[in-house]
Design a protein around this ligand. Structure first.
Ligand SMILES: NC(=O)c1ccc[n+]([C@@H]2O[C@H](COP(=O)([O-])OP(=O)(O)OC[C@H]3O[C@@H](n4cnc5c(N)ncnc54)[C@H](OP(=O)(O)O)[C@@H]3O)[C@@H](O)[C@H]2O)c1
Length: 300
């Protein structure tokens, strides 16, 4: 099986590359640019994959509020083009989406068929990208993920460790809850789904959720990151929990980001492992990366 991944340097693209070995071909910009239909057409025809995973996106939730043009171009229009290209060749398309399509008002974890209600431009652009894929091509799997972390690229773990190098106390919201998701585990799950999607007779097209197995709030996750860092001899900081209402960001985020993964388990037998060992691995890897990099400003 050859899997073409749109994206190369992002955390999901890198995790898919590690998990899939020679089966996975990750292509980033400019060779695969979601703003450039010709590049997408060219890469799909030259790689000639059995399945495409779109791991490329405009991913800055706050940035999207001031850059709607880019968010819609990458998160809505690019996936629509990719779906048309895949449809013309009958190649299954796995498109990655987000918990931010929901408003976070539901009491329990979100199921794939729950009503969307994005709170900001990022969530809206991702929701419209989902809709574009659904309307363009039946042979799709839309897989919503949330709170993804790893030792690659930018994510909450890297941000917390960076802050702890210069601050004694960090302020983190304590009323947003989610299921943290270790990206290498997510990659293994997605590749299993990709494999099933290429089997003759596969018909379970549609929308799925894939997330870690244990709920936590953001402030408690920061505490867990610092505990893992301390245990590995790295920096840590006091966590001051505050309600989202007292913590201003450009974009509103769902208070409830929990995605129920039961449909993915029932259909594909995919269930993500406990995310805590992944957190320890990520923290250790990030500390090693930092130790190997040039020094930055010490705590003042
Ligand atoms: N991280 C999370 O917590 C989280 C939560 C919910 C959903 N998601 C979704 O998960 C998916 C993967 O996210 P991630 O965490 O891997 O994000 P990331 O680390 O920010 O990586 C973004 C990826 O998008 C690619 N990209 C950016 N502009 C592009 C363009 N014009 N054309 C093609 N590709 C472009 C980058 O490609 P290059 O390789 O060329 O740099 C990179 O591979 C996204 O769909 C995101 O919305 C992530």
């Amino acid at each position: 099986m050859t899997v073409l991944v749109i994206g190369k340097h992002g955390q999901l693209a890198q995790s898919l590359a590690s998990a899939g070995g020679n089966d996975v071909v990750c292509v980033g910009r400019p060779d695969a640019d979601l703003r450039d239909p010709v590049s997408l057409e060219r890469v799909v025809s030259s790689v000639n994959p059995d399945v495409v995973i779109n791991a490329g996106a405009y991913t800055s939730v706050d940035g999207a509020e001031g850059d709607a043009e880019a968010a819609f171009a990458l998160n809505r229009d690019g996936p629509a083009i990719l779906a048309r290209i895949c449809a013309a060749r009958a190649i299954p398309l796995i498109h990655i989406s987000t918990d931010c399509v929901f408003d976070g008002e539901k009491a329990g974890p979100y199921e794939p068929d729950d009503e969307a209600g994005p709170l900001g431009i990022y969530g809206l652009s991702k929701w419209q990208g989902e809709e574009a894929v659904r309307q363009t091509y039946l042979q799709h799997l839309i897989v919503r993920v949330s709170w993804v972390f790893s030792e690659h690229a930018h994510n909450f773990v890297r941000t917390m460790l960076k802050l702890a190098r210069t601050l004694d106390e960090v302020t983190v919201v304590d009323d947003q809850v989610g299921y943290p998701t270790y990206c290498p585990d997510l990659a293994v799950g997605l590749l299993k789904m990709a494999k099933d999607a290429t089997k003759p007779g596969f018909a379970a097209w549609g929308t799925y959720h894939l997330a870690g197995n244990e709920e936590i709030d953001r402030a408690s996750m920061a505490d867990a990151i610092f505990a893992a860092s301390r245990a590995a001899g790295g920096p840590s900081a006091q966590v001051r929990g505050v309600p989202t209402a007292d913590y201003r960001t450009a974009a509103r985020r769902p208070l409830n980001a929990r995605l129920a993964s039961t449909k993915a388990f029932r259909t594909f037998g995919v269930r993500l492992d406990d995310w805590r060992p992944g957190l320890t691995r990520s923290v250790r890897a990030l500390l090693s990366q930092h130790a190997a990099a040039p020094a930055v400003e010490p705590k003042g």
